[in-house]
Design a protein around this ligand. Structure first.
Ligand code: CAA
Length: 260
């Protein structure tokens, strides 16, 4: 398949996958999610002759700045917020369960759906300018692509709750200190580290690598948690607070929430 919003290059059995919407800070619209699903679920699903995938964002400002707010305002108005969350969760689960390791090379903002995407990858390497957060409360909604489930897994319930309730951003060093990322490095070294890790893993038994991924994930699967998240995401997208929060984002102003 040819992609509109993904760039795919392959060198020495490593696939470099870049989300390519730099004007929108690589925000995930429906087309991009569709293409990620196509890549991980179909096009590369049976590609056993690769060491792994390095997933990054185009440009030097953002990995992914979240779900595409402008687009999903419409989805929410049509009452399809819950279905949208289920769809995102499904695509990210394909990444989490991919048969070869996926390394997120986080080269800037990883916010909302972007932080959730990085967390669905097996390993995370951050450049020094990277930042992380789940800022959905600023829009009057909650994370919908697994953030309420996976952030706890990496940094513990207390800190995850703080980040989700405040919408605060953390820098790469803090993310490293908390265990959210494996390494923080200058940009060139970060890219090389991702290659080195996948090359090393590529020397190990492929079946062992695949089964390790499967067994690790088994411990963390909780369908009820993801189901509750999607339902709660859908509920918040039906509020007038979300209409206000998303409008405030587009109009670049502070929202005035009413709790309705
Ligand atoms: N969706 C759509 N467009 C986005 C976007 C997003 N998530 N994030 C940034 N953009 C667009 C901006 O609208 C802007 O476009 P224009 O040039 O047309 O105005 C462009 O990218 C550059 O962004 P800014 O001008 O805002 O750049 P900045 O440097 O002032 O701020 C930022 C950068 C802090 C990342 C800011 O853009 C921001 O806060 N973005 C939104 C982050 C966010 O809330 N993410 C969560 C989305 S909801 C979600 O993801 C739910 C889920 O779990 C599924």
């Amino acid at each position: 398949m040819s992609y509109q919003n993904l760039r795919v290059e392959e060198h020495d059995r490593i696939v470099h996958l870049t989300i390519d919407r730099p004007k929108a800070l690589n925000a995930l619209n429906a087309q991009t999610l569709h293409e990620l699903n196509q890549f991980f679920g179909t096009d590369y699903r049976d590609r056993t002759n690769i060491h792994g995938v390095i997933l990054t964002g185009s440009g030097d400002r953002a990995f992914v700045a979240g779900a595409d707010i402008k687009e999903f305002m419409e989805v929410a108005r049509d009452g399809n917020g819950q279905a949208m969350a289920h769809r995102g969760q499904e695509v990210f689960a394909r990444i989490e369960n991919f048969h070869r390791p996926v390394v997120a090379l986080v080269n800037g903002f990883a916010l909302g759906g972007g932080c959730e995407l990085a967390m669905a990858c097996h390993l995370r390497i951050a450049t020094e300018n990277a930042s992380f957060g789940q800022p959905e409360v600023n829009l009057g909604i909650i994370p919908g692509y697994g953030g309420t489930q996976r952030l706890n897994q990496y940094i513990g319930k207390g800190k995850a709750t703080e980040l989700i309730l405040t919408g605060n951003r953390i820098d790469a060093e803090e993310a490293h200190r908390l265990g959210l990322v494996n390494y923080v490095l200058p940009r060139k070294e970060a890219a090389q580290k991702a290659i080195d890790l996948l090359t090393l893993i590529g020397t190990k038994g492929p079946v062992a690598v695949q089964q390790s991924i499967r067994a690790i994930n088994a411990y963390y699967s909780n369908p009820a948690g993801y189901g509750t998240e999607a339902e709660a995401f859908g509920a918040t997208t039906r509020t007038s607070d979300f209409e206000e929060g998303a409008s405030a984002f587009v109009e670049k102003r502070i929202p005035n929430f009413k709790g309705e």
